[in-house]
Design a binder for this molecule. Structure first.
Ligand SMILES: CC(C)(COP(=O)(O)OP(=O)(O)OC[C@H]1O[C@@H](n2cnc3c(N)ncnc32)[C@H](O)[C@@H]1OP(=O)(O)O)[C@@H](O)C(=O)NCCC(=O)NCCS
Length: 210
């Protein structure tokens, strides 16, 4: 996202990302005044931008629906050059939730990871008291991968994990196409791939060489 989109997204987050008594995030960046929440979004995104290398990347994408910025879909990878695994994270402004956008953007993130970047595996997770995020992972077809406790605002809270192998993602293409309703077009991938796979970028995605 460029700075123009980022400022719009920061304003969106400042208007609310969840009910006041909920907390979907391990780091409670949505607490505070609207100005503080907006500043958290700006600081996080500016800090994340330089993190693009073969060993680690954090790709934070603006989600734009009908021309309006509605949220953020992130893909983070540690030891990418070894593991080829991405972890997704996302949020939508409250006014845009519950309309199927979260499901669609997760499917698009998986398409980017597997078809665009050559990932081997994608993982996701959500607190068990976050029904929408858990429902997205189930509907998209992830396999449940257990749960563990995470410290959230001073309390141990159960957090569910989900995994999606490349093979499983390929087997779910029809389900994903049906939900999306139109083919996916990837644009601008090569420029990004040159940074995370410098020796590999001009060729087809990693897994095709195996
Ligand atoms: C999680 C989030 C990205 C999901 O996006 P969304 O557009 O609201 O989700 P969708 O409309 O695609 O709905 C997905 C599913 O959640 C279900 N769902 C939504 N809210 C629900 C609720 N309160 N209780 C039970 N199910 C719920 C929907 O019924 C749907 O399931 P279905 O497809 O089986 O019917 C969005 O709600 C959000 O940003 N929440 C706040 C931040 C957050 O939780 N981020 C993720 C942290 S892990």
């Amino acid at each position: 996202m460029d700075d123009g989109l980022l400022v719009e997204l920061a304003r969106l987050a400042a208007r609310g990302v969840h009910e006041p008594d909920a907390m979907p995030f391990e780091h409670p960046w949505t607490r505070g005044t609207p100005d503080e929440v907006a500043r958290s979004v700006l600081a996080y995104q500016w800090n994340t931008r330089p993190q693009v290398s073969p060993s680690r990347f954090a790709l934070e994408l603006a989600v734009v629906h009908d021309g309006i910025p509605v949220g953020v879909q992130g893909l983070v990878a540690d030891d990418w050059n070894i593991l080829r695994r991405v972890q997704t994270g996302s949020w939508l402004g409250r006014e845009h939730q519950g309309h199927g956008i979260g499901t669609r953007m997760r499917i698009l993130a998986l398409h980017l990871a597997f078809a665009g970047l050559g990932a081997r595996e994608a993982i996701s997770g959500a607190f068990t008291d976050n029904p929408a995020s858990n429902a997205v992972s189930r509907r998209v077809g992830y396999e449940p991968d257990g749960s563990f406790h995470v410290a959230r605002e001073g309390v141990a809270v159960l957090h569910s994990r989900y995994t999606m192998s490349r093979e499983r993602w390929e087997s779910l293409r029809d389900r994903h196409s049906e939900i999306l309703g139109s083919p996916v077009e990837l644009l601008g991938i090569e420029g990004f791939r040159r940074h995370i796979d410098p020796r590999d970028a001009p060729r087809a995605p990693h897994t095709r060489k195996q």
